[in-house]
Design a binder for this molecule. Structure first.
Ligand code: NAD
Length: 476
């Protein structure tokens, strides 16, 4: 079947395949066909990985910053060299267009280069003390890190779990999603091939709740980092609290987009429609609640629908495909049920709303308008190719609606009023606010949320510091 790679775990630098272990089927979301069988870790495998991680930590934390940097840079180079193959595996297992899969892989390599550079930028500070006395703050790697990531960005999410930890000097055991394992395996393999010791970066799979419970029950693991739903994030935070492990939680969002009458409408629409349907809307920072000043609402709606209609949906392998299938069978059913609930509560369906065909998990680019606040989709992240467009009466009401939900990951605003931009920067509750742009992510910028969207940051220097703990040295 295709050139989808054989799947394996990587424990202590060794490839672990079936050998009588339980396996999990990996499916192609474009046609439902089975791609491969993924080996599941036994309890003994997980215990071995933990023992290795402890050994690996003591080795890696003492490896010089120069050497860590060189190895991570080499791994970034390997990722770039292998980007074509990794992107193919990613499209098979996740469904996104091949060009997007390649872009994700190249972005992950660029992020790894940034983290490589950060190895040498971990600074402490000296405190002011009377002559003869001295005090300094040092930063030390926290210890072995367990990372659990989601299927929507099979390489990038895993990169974000690993990059900060390795730059800080931590060892890491990562569990990519069982639904999209090959791209994460390829990333870990590139790190091993570049010279990261086999006990320092390891990759396991299994029943998610069983693997995380086992790893988190061990005192060896000192930090937990997770990308996924708020519900699972809360569950893992509780498990981590039992042993006071530190956590980074990158959870769901429900991003508001505030569109003011003074915005450049064509630029807003061109940027945000492409952004909305990227990865079939399965993006934690996907724009979801469009809050539009009422006097431009109709023009905005018509421009949005026209552009959304033109989005080319198809198999990620076909040239020109802009939106592939949803990544799992849960996707189309979930979106269809939220759209039905919104219509029952009085919303208008301006575009789409249906599954496409019987093969694979394809869903139409969809637009709902005038959606009442009590509709499910106004309160729960849609995580699919559906936009909500609502007319709003002015800035205060728009900010109030933007902040109404317990989520606060990304928010977007389109306005040419400079004073308003400052007010929005102060008032909108979000980890990232993009004004007159669709971009909320950059290697040097912290990425993370507030409230139920989680805590802690990935990327930027904050992504490394999140894997470190301060130690103050007082000298008399
Ligand atoms: P989920 O939280 O159940 O799963 C996300 C990932 O976490 C999966 O890869 C899964 O294997 C893993 N996971 C689940 N339970 C786990 C556990 N106990 N221990 C360790 N790992 C575990 O989410 P889902 O059902 O795939 O999607 C549901 C919703 O989650 C989406 O609609 C969306 O709101 C949110 N989500 C957010 C992101 C994000 O980027 N923040 C990514 C995926 C899903």
């Amino acid at each position: 079947m295709s050139n989808y790679p054989e799947l394996k775990m990587l424990i202590g630098g060794s490839a672990i395949t079936g050998d009588g272990r339980d396996t999990i089927e990996v499916k192609n979301p474009a046609n439902g066909e089975t791609l491969a069988a993924l080996p599941s870790a036994s309890t003994a495998d997980l215990d071995q990985a933990l023992e290795n991680a402890e050994k690996g930590f003591h080795e890696w934390r003492k490896t010089s910053a120069d050497k860590r940097e060189a190895i991570l840079r080499k791994a970034a180079g390997l990722l770039k060299e292998r980007a074509g193959d990794i992107a193919e595996a990613l499209t098979y297992e996740q469904g996104k267009p091949l060009a997007e899969a390649k872009g994700e892989t190249m972005y992950s390599a660029m992020l790894l280069e940034f983290y490589a550079g950060e190895c040498k930028r971990i600074y402490g500070r000296t405190l002011v003390r009377p002559e003869g006395a001295r005090a300094e703050v040092q930063y030390h790697p926290v210890g072995p890190v367990a990372g659990f990531s989601a299927w929507n960005f099979p390489v990038l999410n895993v990169m974000r779990k690993i990059g900060g930890a390795l730059a800080a000097g931590c060892s890491t055991i990562v569990k990519p999603s069982e639904e999209t394992p090959a791209a994460g395996i390829a990333l870990v393999q590139a790190l091993l091939d570049a010279g990261v010791p086999g006990d320092v970066v390891q990759c396991v799979f299994g029943v998610p709740d069983e693997v995380s419970r086992h790893l988190l029950a061990s005192p060896i693991i000192r930090k937990v980092t997770f990308t996924g739903s708020t519900e699972v994030g809360k569950h893992l935070s509780k498990l981590a609290a039992e042993d006071l492990k530190i956590t980074t939680m990158e959870l769901g969002g429900h991003a508001p987009v505030l569109v003011f009458e003074d915005a450049d409408l064509d630029k807003t629409l061109d940027t945000m429609v492409a952004n909305k349907y990227r990865n079939a809307g399965q993006v934690c920072v996907s724009p979801t609640r469009f809050l539009i000043e009422e006097n431009i609402f109709e023009k905005f709606r018509d421009g949005f629908v026209e552009r959304a209609k033109a989005v080319k949906v198809g198999n990620g392998w076909e040239d020109g495909t802009q939106m592939g299938p949803m990544a799992s069978e849960r996707g189309p059913d979930g979106v269809a049920s939220k759209i039905a609930d919104a219509k029952d509560k009085g919303a208008n369906l301006a575009l789409g709303g249906e599954r496409i065909g019987n093969l694979g998990n394809f869903f139409e680019p969809s637009v709902l308008t005038e959606v009442p606040t009590d509709a499910e989709i106004m309160n729960e992240e849609p995580f699919g190719p559906v936009a909500i467009l609502n007319p709003m009466k002015g800035e205060d009401a728009m900010i109030e609606e933007a902040n109404r939900l317990p989520y606060g990951l990304a928010a977007y605003a389109w306005t040419n009023d400079v004073a308003r931009r400052r007010r929005l920067a102060a008032e909108v509750e979000a980890g990232m606010l993009a004004i007159n742009t669709g971009g909320v992510s950059a290697a040097d910028a912290p990425f993370g949320g507030v409230k139920w969207s989680g805590h802690g940051s990935e990327d930027g220097r904050e992504g490394v510091m999140a894997c470190m703990v301060p130690k103050t040295i007082h000298e008399g």
